[in-house]
Design a protein. Structure first.
Length: 58
């Protein structure tokens, strides 16, 4: 009787999803930390929106 493998190998939809963004890590000051702790939802979206808004006003 022949058994097929059902483990290992590439599987559709598995693994890390590809993103089109660059990851930046930074050390937040206590003031920034306090602000980020009050953010509901995605902190990444909040930070991105703040940076865009700050650079558009320059």
């Amino acid at each position: 009787m022949e058994q097929s493998k059902n483990w290992g190998g590439k599987r559709e939809g598995s693994g890390r999803k590809k993103i089109r963004a660059k990851y930046y890590g930074f050390a937040a000051t206590p003031e920034v930390h306090a602000i980020l702790e009050t953010v509901t939802g995605s902190k990444t979206d909040f930070i991105n929106q703040c940076i865009i808004k700050a650079t558009q006003n320059s």
